[in-house]
Design a protein around this ligand. Structure first.
Ligand SMILES: *[C@@H]1O[C@H](CO)[C@@H](O)[C@H](O)[C@H]1NC(C)=O
Ligand SMILES: *[C@@H]1O[C@H](CO)[C@@H](O)[C@H](O)[C@H]1NC(C)=O
Length: 225
């Protein structure tokens, strides 16, 4: 019986590994620092990398994550990314980092998903109410937690999640993501702020709303923090 369990766990792990590789593949060499200019580039797996001979420490370096993001916006939060676009050395390595600042009294990182990355968040300052919702097949269950300084929470890949500052002071969190380029889909922005707009008939029925409400929502300014 133990053997069966072990085999099951092994199979799951193998599946999980092959699933994950559909997003960020394992590297084929120590590093493949991203490069735009192909003059000094080499191909690895069809992608340009900086010539390894020319790679320097600064390719793996980024500073400024001590600086608070500007939360003076409609949702009261700011995400500062260290994705491959900001940190070229992350190319092919399958990880990235963000700093998230929250204004006091309700700064919100609104419901969104990362299509290519699981997120692990740690609170550095403040108190956050966080949560995610499981898929339709799992019954759309809501998992929430109030996090204080030093608390960690995981948002599984692809699932809709959010973070709300419920404290009286600014809050700061840092998140690691399991992709060099996890992508973000902010639900309200994608649905009501698409360009061009989705036919209101679609949203009227999908959200069980009055068409006027849909048109009003579509006329609003939608932002990504
Ligand atoms: C590479 O190109 C992208 C997109 O044009 C740009 O955002 C980025 O800053 C460029 N990186 C470098 C190192 O030139
Ligand atoms: C923060 O953003 C707001 C709105 O865009 C702007 O008015 C303000 O000057 C910014 N503050 C800082 C410190 O950059």
């Amino acid at each position: 019986m133990k053997g069966v369990h072990f085999f099951g766990a092994f199979l799951l792990l193998a599946l999980a590994t092959s699933f994950a590789s559909a997003y960020d593949p394992s590297p084929l060499q120590d590093f493949c620092v991203a490069i735009n200019d192909t003059k000094n580039g080499v191909f690895v797996n069809g992608k340009f990398c900086k010539d390894p001979e020319l790679v320097i420490a600064d390719d793996f370096f980024l500073s400024g994550f001590d600086k608070p993001g500007n939360t003076s916006n409609a949702v009261g939060s700011k995400v500062t990314p260290a994705f491959v676009d900001q940190l070229l050395g992350l190319n092919t390595l399958g990880v990235s980092l963000v700093r998230i600042d929250f204004a006091p009294y309700g700064g919100l990182n609104p419901p969104h998903t990362h299509p290519r990355g699981t997120e692990i968040l740690v609170v550095q300052e403040g108190t956050l109410y966080v949560g995610f919702v499981s898929s339709n097949q799992d019954g759309n269950r809501l998992f929430t937690k109030v996090l204080n300084k030093g608390d960690i929470f995981v948002f599984p890949i692809g699932l809709i999640h959010f973070q709300l500052n419920i404290g009286e002071t600014p809050a700061v969190a840092f998140s690691g993501l399991s992709s060099q380029n996890p992508g973000t889909i902010t639900i309200a922005t994608s649905v009501f702020g698409s360009k061009p707009p989705i036919d209101p008939d679609v949203l009227t029925k999908a959200f069980m709303l009055d068409k006027d409400v849909v048109k009003y929502l579509q006329s609003r300014f939608w932002m990504n923090n």
